[in-house]
Design a binder for this molecule. Structure first.
Ligand SMILES: [Zn+2]
Length: 262
């Protein structure tokens, strides 16, 4: 195996891990926003319930005034009955009194209705306030859990960055540039393992002499897949760490996942 391939494979493994870590980090603002949205929705319910209660109280005042006004009028008409001279005028007055009594009854009905619904609004406000407290308690726990997870992911990022630096240090700078150019074009995957007789990433057939060359212990040449241009390597070197080997396996699935098609 080419002496620079092993650190490149390690670089590839840590880069794949970094892709996952960065995607996870990118999700945190959205996750926090979802928590805040639930709290805001619960608070909005309280505000809406209070608004209904307030409207109900205003209407109640209006209906109370209606009742008073009609009672006042009925009283005024009754007082006038002693002063009328004609039968016609007396009848008309009685009619007015009756009308006022009807209006009093209607206004009292409306008032009663308002008082009943007012109690209902009052209960709704209290229930909504209890719900806000519950939602806020849950949100506080969620925020804490998300923050802890975020901190852990940040530590993971720092550790992976350190591994990346070490892997990069073992490879000449121009080779790192070459690797990064390919990785940028191919969803972060610059390396392709030979699988069977094909490229482990794009599946295209690889010429047998290239495979033979790559299999040689003393090979010191780089070969690229003619189709996807990735740097080819043959099999996991027994000296490779477990993480690198498992990462190259997962690398095979990566091109199909939407996360890598950006
Ligand atoms: Zn390929």
């Amino acid at each position: 195996m080419h002496p620079h391939l092993k650190p490149l494979i390690e670089l590839q493994a840590v880069d794949l891990r970094l892709i996952g870590i960065r995607e996870k980090l990118a999700q945190f603002p959205k996750r926090l926003a979802e928590v805040e949205a639930r709290v805001a929705a619960a608070k909005h319910e309280v505000a809406a319930a209070k608004e209904s209660l307030l409207t109900g109280q205003k209407e109640r005042k209006t209906y109370e005034m209606d009742v008073d006004q009609w009672k006042e009028r009925a009283k005024k008409y009754r007082n006038q009955t002693g002063e009328v001279k004609s039968n016609e005028a007396y009848k008309a007055l009685l009619h007015e009194i009756q009308n006022a009594e009807d209006e009093i009854a209607k206004a009292e009905d409306r008032l009663l209705e308002r008082m009943v619904s007012g109690e209902q609004y009052d209960r709704e406000v209290k229930a909504a306030e209890v719900r806000v407290k519950e939602v806020e308690a849950v949100a506080a726990r969620e925020r804490q859990a998300i923050q802890a997870e975020y901190n852990a992911t940040q530590r993971e990022l720092t550790a992976a960055d350190a591994v990346r630096k070490a892997a990069m240090g073992a490879v000449p700078e121009d080779l790192v540039d070459h690797y990064e150019r390919i990785a940028k074009r191919h969803g972060g995957i610059a390396l392709a393992e030979i699988r069977g007789e094909g490229c482990g990433q794009c599946g295209v057939h690889i010429r047998p002499h290239v495979i033979q060359q790559l299999q040689r212990e003393n090979n010191d040449a780089f070969f690229h897949c003619e189709t996807c241009t990735r740097i080819l390597y043959y099999g996991a070197d027994p000296g490779l760490t477990g993480t690198s080997a498992s990462a190259t396996v997962s690398a095979g699935d990566a091109p199909n996942s939407p996360a890598h098609e950006k």
